[in-house]
Design a protein around this ligand. Structure first.
Ligand SMILES: [Zn+2]
Length: 451
């Protein structure tokens, strides 16, 4: 398999000659020491900028503006002068960012799009799909092996999520994949859980809300979550999720659940290790910076700001200094898990904050507080109004409704997080497999484009 991946890597438009110098290190990126990784990233960035300078007129203009010279050595100073690239620019540029002739594109994935906004499309060459993305091997970042049976319960259409995880599990780790999807034309939670039982699935990759739907389907089928379903690890992605929600999933599935942070535009950006405290950054595939969102200035490790990404190995539509709109900070210390890669801590998105009477409340924090209230079930959403939030919840399955319960939950929530709210209890919140919108801004605030 590795020979095939290496072969694909040498066939594209972009010459990855520098990878040869790191052949042994790239067999497991979780074993590479930081100093070697820094040198690798410098070489990868130089290789990328030379490629963009030659192949794309937009980037050529940008690089000329900052005085980039292909004959000269890479410097961080020149790199940090390259203007930041926004999501809005990506929507407008479309194929203006393409670096290969269109006939070499095999695949296009597109974002879910904002309400009324244009969607984002990313184009892939064969090398993007089966070469460089798998060449630096993910090592201990995913603890998968060839005996695992992996259910990928993510969208397989439009978005890159399902197919990207499938390639990593199948080609990267030679695991068996059950592409159960997420409520598409041929897929529903009952069929998915039946297949997972039949093939003794050990790993599940899905969004937090769909993991709950699968569990409900298992219960409806009369399956015992401990004896019939053998899932040991769950990867949660695609929606925000608080630690409390994770804890509920872990105890209900009797499995270890970890978060994965990535995006359509840039691929993997952070992968949780067993410590469940921050995400290890896959520095082999992306270069991350934290910037001051107001001034654009690059910040130091430990300082909170906007996460900016450069994709190191993409061939079709690479991105340089791309603003994710996500807020976080980077720490560089030796994690107790033994993986030397730097860690990223997320702090949500500025655009997603709930604002009531001028005060900000982080949705993840509200969820954490909700999940602490034992009467609150696993499904909820919030309608944000001018002066309060209407929180619509399902009752926890082991609770019986009683008069006045709404007021009790409401006062507990307000006491814990200060957010004025009104609780509405419903029998069931419908889930059709689509991405769950936990927060609806009734007061007219624009919603963000989720990854
Ligand atoms: Zn770790």
């Amino acid at each position: 398999m590795r020979e095939i991946i290496e072969y694909v890597c040498t066939q594209g438009r972009r010459s990855f000659h520098f990878l040869k110098n790191y052949a042994s290190e790239l067999r497991d990126i979780t074993a590479v020491e930081p100093i070697k990784l820094k040198s690798y990233q410098k070489d990868a960035l130089k290789n990328l900028l030379d490629y963009l300078y030659e192949k794309n007129s937009f980037y050529n203009g940008l690089l000329n503006q900052v005085g980039y010279n292909v004959e000269q050595e890479f410097t961080w100073d020149i790199f940090q002068r390259i203007p930041l690239f926004s999501k809005e620019m990506l929507r407008k540029k479309k194929d203006g960012l393409l670096c290969v002739p269109i006939e070499e594109i095999l695949h296009v994935h597109t974002s879910t799009g904002t309400s009324g906004g244009e969607s984002i499309s990313i184009m892939y060459t064969i090398n993007d799909l089966y070469g460089s993305d798998l060449y630096p091997q993910w090592g201990k970042l995913f603890y998968l092996n060839a005996t695992d049976v992996v259910a990928v319960a993510l969208p397989y259409e439009m978005s890159s999520a399902g197919q990207a995880f499938q390639r990593v599990a199948q080609i990267g780790y030679q695991a068996v994949v059950l592409p159960v999807g997420k409520g598409g034309a041929y897929s529903d939670p009952t069929k998915a859980i039946e297949l997972m039982k039949e093939f003794k699935c050990t790993v599940l990759i899905s969004s937090p809300s769909y993991v709950i739907e699968l569990m409900k389907a298992a219960e409806n089928c009369g399956f015992n979550m401990k004896e019939d379903i053998l899932v040991e690890q769950i990867w949660l992605t695609g929606e925000g999720c608080s630690n409390k929600f994770r804890n509920r999933i872990e105890s209900k599935w009797n499995a270890d659940a970890r978060f994965y942070y990535g995006s359509l535009e840039c691929g993997a950006l952070g992968i949780e290790c067993g410590k469940k405290d921050g995400y290890h950054i896959p520095d082999s595939h992306v270069y991350l910076e934290i910037i001051n969102p107001d001034t654009g200035e690059t910040l130091e490790d430990g300082e909170i700001g906007e996460i900016v990404v450069t994709t190191l190995l993409k061939e079709g539509t690479p991105l340089v200094r791309y603003r994710t709109q996500d807020i976080g900070f980077i720490e560089h210390f030796r994690c107790e898990c033994g993986i030397p890669l730097k860690k990223l801590y997320l702090r949500g998105r500025k655009i997603d904050q709930i604002i009531i009477d001028g005060k900000e409340y982080a949705p993840i924090y509200i969820e954490e507080m909700l999940m602490n209230i034992k009467e609150v079930g696993d499904n909820y959403f919030i309608n944000v109004r001018e002066d309060m939030a209407e929180v619509v919840i399902e009752l926890a399955s082991n609770c019986i409704y009683r008069d006045g319960l709404e007021e009790i939950i409401s006062s507990q929530l307000e006491y814990r997080c200060g957010m004025p709210n009104q609780i509405k209890i419903v029998d069931k919140i419908p889930c059709d497999g689509k991405k769950v919108r936990r927060v609806n801004y009734i007061n007219g605030k624009e919603e963000s484009d989720d990854n």
